[in-house]
Design a protein around this ligand. Structure first.
Ligand code: SF4
Length: 353
């Protein structure tokens, strides 16, 4: 059983700010040794997103790492979709715009998978569906890592927390493709109007319009599905089993960074602004549940299971719903696969002190 430390949102007030809560939780999960180069893995938010983890939280963690003798840098990886984090330059621009600058943080922001998203270290994980995964170099080569995850909904996994941050957020483009490639869509030609909106959305030139109908080139498609959101006619059809198959891969891929940094990762889940969509969205929708608080653990699976249970308890109390209802997806699947491959344990002991 893994310990998960919890500071509730209800306790926040003049005598106990979120900053105070982070200062209390950090020593319980810190893997930082004197002289460590420490990756602070965050999601800085897509350009336009306003509900990503706040810079002041990350600045607090940076200061705590320095106090522990570590040398911190803040990091994230490039993405598969055509947003403002597609390459290393855009990623730094977006991180800076969203508040994560050297001046504000006291630590530099580094694109973990380099300029083009291909700077990585390959690691054998021996899973049922993924044998080998590519982890972004700056994460793979760090001495230790503090992973700060904003808990929220997600259209593919139902929920995004620490396991998703490991099994997707720590990978280079090839690694992300290995998780997404089970989601290559087909086109419902009866619904397709040939408007070409999906063509403009795809960064991989995988969609063309011929004879007035869209076509997907399977050899070019990375399965990132930004085309799905772009189509106003419901003509882009992902495989029905994509949410389950992607979660299987996501859960297994989480072992990559864990295996490269054994006993050297501490996890903090920030359970505020529980938006249905993830921080890759270039907007922020209203929350589907009230703020819960902050959890911290040395186990990525336990912290996510505890965070999910806390959110579900809150939703049950307030409205009778649960996270599964947000996208019609059971997010526990990716946690089960993460546990099965050895990335962590589902059973936890919630410590509220
Ligand atoms: S966006 Fe939809 S309707 Fe337009 S071309 Fe693509 S699949 Fe067809």
């Amino acid at each position: 059983m893994s310990e998960v430390y919890f500071k509730p949102a209800e306790d926040i007030g003049p005598e106990q700010t979120q900053i105070d809560q982070i200062r209390t939780l950090f020593p319980k999960i810190s893997p930082v040794s004197e002289g460590d180069i420490v990756a602070v893995k965050i999601h800085p938010g897509e350009l336009g997103n306003t509900t990503h983890v706040r810079p002041v939280i990350i600045k607090t963690i940076v200061d705590l790492i320095k106090q522990a003798g570590g040398i911190p840098f803040i990091t994230d990886t490039t993405v598969l979709y055509k947003g403002k984090r597609f390459n290393g330059v855009d990623l730094l621009y977006t991180a800076g715009t969203n508040g994560f600058t050297l001046g504000s943080m006291g630590a530099p922001f580094i694109s973990a998978d380099g300029l083009n998203g291909d700077d990585s270290v390959s690691v054998d994980i021996g899973g049922e569906v993924i044998d080998n995964i590519t982890v972004a170099s700056a994460i793979a080569k760090a001495d230790s890592m503090i992973m700060v995850s904003h808990c929220k909904g997600h259209p593919a996994s139902g929920f995004g927390g620490a396991v998703k941050n490991l099994g997707m957020g720590c990978l280079d483009k090839a690694g992300k493709t290995a998780v997404h490639e089970v989601a290559i869509p087909s086109i419902d030609i009866d619904k397709c109007t040939g408007c070409r909106k999906c063509v403009k959305t795809c960064p991989w030139d995988a969609i063309s319009v011929e004879d007035g109908k869209a076509r997907v080139a399977r050899d070019l498609c990375h399965g990132e599905l930004s085309c799905f959101g772009s189509c106003n006619f419901g003509a882009i059809v992902p495989p029905a089993d994509a949410p389950v198959k992607m979660q299987e891969r996501l859960g297994e891929a989480a072992l990559g960074p864990v295996k490269l940094l054994p006993e050297k990762i501490g996890y903090i889940n920030w359970i505020f602004d529980l938006t249905p969509g993830c921080d890759c969205f270039n907007f922020s929708s209203p929350a589907f549940a009230r703020d819960v608080g902050i959890t911290a653990s040395k186990d990525p699976v336990a912290i996510d299971k505890a965070s999910l249970d806390l959110i579900n308890d809150r939703m049950q109390h307030d409205s009778g719903g649960c996270v599964n209802n947000v996208w019609g997806i059971d997010p526990v699947i990716h946690l089960e696969f993460a546990e099965k491959i050895g990335a962590g344990r589902m059973k936890y002991d919630l410590v509220r002190k």
